[in-house]
Design a protein. Structure first.
Length: 346
């Protein structure tokens, strides 16, 4: 039976992805819906949604739908004498033929990704490694064979999932084409991790991170300056530096703590049972973390939350996804922090 246009182009797109995988940077392919843990007290993502692992057949249908849009855009381009290149003219012609595409939530993402060269993909939602290994391997193979232009595939992962997967399974997933993992460390301090109900200890984070590296993945670890509040800022800083140093990931990414409305930690902050750090206090904590950090990767401030300013009123750190190379640029980062502290934060 011939598919309707709506069926031919139908695929899901989730909401959340790292900034480095946003915009036109990555094809968003939804393997799971929402988060299997979903208990972190600082996080407002997925709180009203049920976690689901999508079937391999369903995911393949999504990949087929994305490929159908690509192929139809290329065919329209070819017919108009543009050599099959993905162009705005081809997109407008497709919209004229299929006005319902105006309401397609994933079309703009796919179109801009194709325009940018179609080189990277991000597997959504919160923890793709929870899939059975053979299923994930099958999806990765299908994605890469359908879109051979892809050179990098990334996803979110939890440290506990990395610990629970065998090294052989992780290596199989890596060989199948998953290149980079984004892991939420948040803190290396066990007291903070327990308070925020992260579901992982410092030791689990270390084991999971090291296992990811042993399997051959590129690894991005995220931490949250300010998450220890005034009560545990020093322990949060030094223990986070200790855990990150023991993992030594390729990327360390700063996500300063800001209360997410209607989360437990936001309520605690409003009631002042959790005392938040001022911007200057966050910078002092950040300086201690950086001072204690001993890694060979890159430290990145690639998020709007890293909004500290220098004495000239400009952003203190570059928001580049590649950040600063350690240990070579460690002193540069420390000097920038000192400049920010001199800017008169209160």
């Amino acid at each position: 039976m011939t598919k309707s246009i709506a069926e031919r182009y139908a695929f899901e797109t989730g909401v959340y992805r790292p900034p480095s995988e946003g915009g036109s940077n990555s094809l968003l392919v939804r393997l799971t819906r929402n988060c299997p843990w979903n208990r972190c007290t600082f996080c407002g993502m997925y709180k009203t949604e049920k976690f689901q692992v999508r079937s391999v057949a369903e995911i393949k249908l999504d990949i087929d739908a994305m490929a159908a849009l690509r192929d139809d855009l290329a065919a329209l381009s070819q017919r108009s004498g543009q050599g099959g290149e993905i162009t705005r003219r081809a997109a407008m012609a497709l919209f004229e033929k299929n006005p319902e595409l105006n309401h397609h939530h994933g079309f703009a993402m796919l179109y801009h990704w194709l325009l940018s060269g179609g080189q990277t993909a991000f597997l959504q939602d919160a923890n793709s490694l929870i899939m059975k290994t053979e299923q994930l391997v099958e999806v990765l193979g299908y994605l890469r064979s359908t879109f051979p232009s892809i050179v990098r595939v990334t996803t979110y992962a939890r440290s506990k999932s990395l610990v629970q997967k065998s090294l052989d399974d992780l290596k199989a997933i890596r060989r199948a084409g998953l290149d980079r993992l984004h892991v939420g460390l948040e803190s290396g301090d066990d007291a903070v991790l327990k308070k925020i109900q992260k579901g992982a200890t410092a030791e689990i984070h270390i084991k999971g991170g090291r296992k990811a590296l042993a399997a051959g993945f590129q690894l991005s670890e995220y931490w949250m300056p300010g998450l220890g509040g005034k009560a545990r800022w020093q322990d949060h800083a030094t223990n986070t530096a200790r855990v990150l140093s023991q993992i030594d990931p390729h990327y360390i990414r700063s996500r300063p703590f800001r209360p997410w409305p209607d989360t437990p930690l936001a309520h605690e902050a409003a009631e002042q049972s959790f005392e938040m750090l001022t911007p200057a206090e966050q910078l002092r904590e950040l300086r201690l973390t950086m001072q204690e950090l001993s890694v060979s990767g890159r430290v990145c401030f690639d998020h709007a939350g890293n909004s500290w300013k220098n004495r000239q009123g400009r952003l203190l750190f570059t928001h580049s996804y590649e950040g600063y190379k350690f240990p070579e640029e460690k002193q540069t980062v420390l000097d920038l922090i000192d400049d920010g502290l001199k800017a008169g934060f209160r």
